[in-house]
Design a protein around this ligand. Structure first.
Ligand code: ASP
Length: 316
């Protein structure tokens, strides 16, 4: 994202909401709660906030639906849960968590996931709950581009060529992201990671991104690191990004910073971009983004004071 396209009021609103999410997670951790519960709580705040591309305010598919993906992983037990392509679950991260606690599975998709969530008593909403005007405008913009390019383009490889064209459009770039994620370490020494998203604007054919895929968008293992990712999901899946960061640290002996940088390099080598947040069991944390990208991010430690940043060159 570029500085010029974010007005001070919106910038402030992002900082405020991030602080709220950090404090909500902190409250759980400060009272001895688990990292996984803190991750769920922090993500809930962002799912409920339309300015992020998760829960309410998720982006639209080509046929005008909001299809949400989410996953969560517990670094102590390696238990993981995910839901993909859901359209009626108010907080997909809660459903992903319920997959861990209430099912014997790891990933549930579509109608089945929605039936499961309803059976667990999770809040179910009409799909219209997720709609926002900004996201609708984005879809119209993306569809317009499709129309312009229809006569001379076509699918190229796994990723529809038209997605790549969207990515070059500054309007799309500045507003399309907003996938949310959280990583946490609790007093018991356990780490956890979670991710929730609407995916990519104008996605089609039931496209599922990296966010609900354990090892791509989310991974946590107490032995090394908890990771949550955002970016062009296809490249994060192809590089097994979150798992790759873990594996570089665990088996390759790389530092967290190097593991993230080397993984982002692999993503860039296949024309992907995005970023990750990560924490280890000693409380070391870092956020990494590919050059030119920005990422709304924040951290809260034992002092309970949230610190947030947006642009790539900001430290916090
Ligand atoms: N990674 C998400 C996806 O590809 C999108 C994002 O991070 O904004 O679905």
């Amino acid at each position: 994202m570029s500085r010029g396209n974010l007005d001070p009021e919106t910038e402030k609103a992002y900082h405020n909401r991030l602080e709220e999410a950090l404090k909500a997670g902190y409250d759980i951790l400060a009272t001895g709660g688990s990292s996984i519960d803190a991750v769920v709580k922090a993500i809930n705040i962002m799912e409920d906030e339309p300015m992020f591309n998760a829960g309410r305010g998720g982006v639209f598919t080509n046929d005008g639906r909001v299809e949400l993906d989410s996953s969560i992983m517990d670094g102590k037990t390696l238990k993981a849960g995910a839901v993909a392509g859901v359209t009626t679950i108010k907080n997909p991260i809660n459903a992903a968590h319920a997959v861990i606690t209430k099912s014997r599975h790891v990933m549930l998709a579509g109608v089945g996931a929605e039936t499961f969530a309803a059976a667990q008593g999770l809040e179910i909403v009409d799909p219209s709950y997720f709609r926002t005007d900004l996201r609708w405008q984005q879809l119209l913009r993306a569809r317009e581009r499709d129309a312009i390019e229809l006569d001379h383009d076509g699918p190229s490889g796994m990723l529809d060529h038209r997605f790549m064209e969207d990515l070059k459009d500054p309007f799309m770039n500045d507003v399309k992201y907003g996938t949310v994620g959280a990583v946490a370490l609790d007093k018991h020494g356990n780490i956890a990671a979670g991710t929730s998203t609407g995916g990519l604007t104008n996605k089609r054919y039931g496209r599922i991104g990296d966010a609900p895929i354990i090892g791509a968008g989310t991974y946590a293992n107490n032995e090394a690191v908890a990771v949550s990712a955002t970016g062009i999901g296809e490249m994060f899946i192809r590089t097994a990004a979150a798992f790759q960061i873990y594996a570089r640290m665990r088996f390759g002996g790389e530092t967290m910073t190097n593991a993230i940088q080397n993984t982002l390099n692999e993503i860039m080598a296949i024309d992907g971009y995005g970023g990750v947040i990560a924490i280890d069991k000693n409380g070391n944390y870092t956020a990494g983004v590919t050059p030119g990208s920005g990422m709304y991010r924040g951290v809260i430690g034992p002092d309970g004071k949230p610190r947030t940043a947006i642009f790539a060159d900001e430290t916090f």
